[in-house]
Design a protein. Sequence first.
Length: 212
Amino acid sequence: MKSSIILELQYLGPVQYYSKFIKYETVYFEQHENYRKGSFRNRCYIATANGIVTLSIPLLKGKHQQAPIKTVSIDNRKNWQIIHWRSIQTAYGNSPYFDYYKHELQILYEKKYDLLFEFCLDVQEVIFNALQITPTVHFTSSYSKETQEDQIDMRNIILPKTRSLANDIHFDAYPYPQVFEDRLGFLPNLSILDLLFCTGPEAYQYLQMSSK
């Protein structure tokens, strides 16, 4: 049985992404890849009264495409942190557990970050604490297309495109109460924030139920 998994760092990744952290004993974060567009590395999806909204971290133009992931710089000329935090507050301010988790999360949007990789690392720590999980985390020592014998490679599998769900036979989004479910219906595989703010301490159980 595979006991470890290798993943890219994501920005407030979807429920699918975090289901892996409770399924595998050890997680390797890829730190020697090149940045790839069209991923959750710098974006996430949240639910608002008007539907799904994308929160995207702006990156310095001409600097990030195919650049080593640890060198990708955030474009702090734009007030993205203020915009993202206000969007999260608007979307989830009335959710059952927003007040419970908001303080640690807000710190992420008050501290200046220059590098995307460093910001996403701090994001993981906050989310792990909120989920009350302590996975054994390692970082890759070099980039390799081949993985270790006991390791499953999920790099570039969990993507914004809906087809990524079809590529993951070990995930099936389990419904949970959502803020705008009465008007939008259940929206699967949103950012982990949606699950945390809506279910609180039960988020771990929902991750388990979504993980095959």
